[in-house]
Design a protein around this ligand. Structure first.
Ligand SMILES: O=C(O)CCC(=O)C(=O)O
Length: 376
């Protein structure tokens, strides 16, 4: 009898757990909100919201298309490339290519076939590098605190606070997504071109969203990966999570509070910028379940980093694995990472990297390339 019952129950349970999750609810949206009211009602209380049309008069919204960006980009960029349309920084390859070609490839100008794989131009230093000449098309974003360096002509005249951050640029192909993850800072996303669907969940749902082991790389992602293809029966706890969803149009702004889970999917070729803001209060952040997770992850990262720098490089097996994985193509990205951490990283980053005048002098580069393995 027991076996019979089990035989009947198991498929029923599998069906139940395998059912798709509940429909996400629409995220609250407002129009015409002043920056002061935004701070009081949403930012300070860590409540996500869409500000429809808030940036619609930014010159970038009118001007930025494939042709304009291709014409104004210069130098090389390192583009995330993945066999899967869910591109996660930790597992993507980075290919170095001319910025103009990259724009044409990603925004799909005829004649620039994408070839195998999906591409995403996304980097926090792009607006200081290959796309620096278009930064003036971004208006000063009055929703973000003053400590955020916005790379507008106004900001360049100001002394730069030590804790400053600056906006990141995202130029992506249609249907490419950034899978479910959280960031440790409040985030303001401005949609410039095309549309993006963003799915969010509260940090209070973290225990049901399978955050990655903080000892692993990219631990701020969820094991669920890409929500579009989740096997809900494998992650049964996630089925009950309340997800919220919104689709951003050009000129819309989305506020994602610190620690909120989010997945972003480009519906069409899409461009956005985002501003990470310094957190409002450390005390409030400690009540956020993802703060402890992130702090533990940071601790492991620093320990790994110190081991890496002190050991004269990573161990040979790690080098071999890494080389097999990236096949030399990640070098430009590593160099950019090094330069960026040295310029804009935390005090700890700066201290750790202070003994290396440039990327080529790091033990990482020396170990990997000194024996004649050619850089990409
Ligand atoms: O636009 C995207 O693909 C991802 C953006 C994002 O995750 C962020 O701004 O934190």
């Amino acid at each position: 009898m027991g076996t019979l019952l089990q035989a009947a129950l198991t498929p029923a349970l599998a069906w139940l757990y395998g059912r798709s999750r509940a429909q996400p609810r629409a995220l609250p949206e407002v129009r015409g909100l002043s920056p002061g009211r935004f701070r009081e009602s949403f930012y300070d209380h860590e409540v996500p919201v869409v500000l429809r049309g808030h940036a619609r008069d930014w010159p970038a919204v009118e001007k930025w298309d494939a042709e304009y960006l291709a014409e104004h980009a210069h130098g090389q960029v390192s583009v995330a490339c993945s066999a899967s349309s869910a591109i996660q920084t930790g597992s993507a390859h980075f290919v170095s290519m001319g910025a103009t070609d990259a724009v044409r490839l990603v925004l799909g100008e005829p004649g620039h076939a994408a070839g195998a794989g999906y591409y995403y131009i996304k980097n926090h230093s792009l607006l200081r590098g290959a796309f620096a000449s278009v930064f003036a098309d971004l208006r000063r974003c009055t929703l973000v605190p003053d400590e955020v360096v916005q790379l507008t002509p106004h900001d360049l005249e100001q002394p730069r606070p030590a804790s400053s951050t600056s906006p990141s640029l995202w130029i992506g192909q249609p249907h490419v997504s950034t899978p479910l993850h959280y960031d440790p800072w409040p985030n303001v996303i401005v949609q410039i071109r095309g549309t993006k669907t963003v799915t969010l969940a509260s940090p209070r749902s973290s225990s049901h969203l399978y955050p990655r082991d903080p000892r692993r790389g990219s631990y701020w992602y969820s094991e669920l990966g890409d929500l579009r293809g989740v096997s809900w029966s494998e992650f049964p706890k996630a089925r009950g999570v309340a997800f919220f969803e919104t689709t951003l149009e050009p000129g819309d702004v989305l506020f994602v509070p610190a620690g909120w889970w989010h997945q972003v999917e480009n519906r069409v070729p899409a461009i956005s910028v985002n501003y990470f803001c310094p957190a409002p209060s450390m005390l409030r952040r400690w009540t956020n379940p993802n703060t402890a997770h992130y702090a533990i992850g940071q601790w492991f990262e620093v320990a790994h980093y110190i081991r890496f720098l002190r050991s004269g490089g990573i161990d040979e097996q790690a080098v071999a694995n890494y080389q097999a994985r990236i096949n030399g193509r990640n070098l430009a990205h590593q160099r950019q990472w090094f330069d960026d951490k040295k310029r804009n990283g935390t005090i700890l980053d700066k201290w750790l990297l202070s003994k290396y005048p440039d990327f080529e002098s790091t033990p990482f580069y020396q170990t990997r390339y000194r024996d004649g393995i050619p850089p990409a």
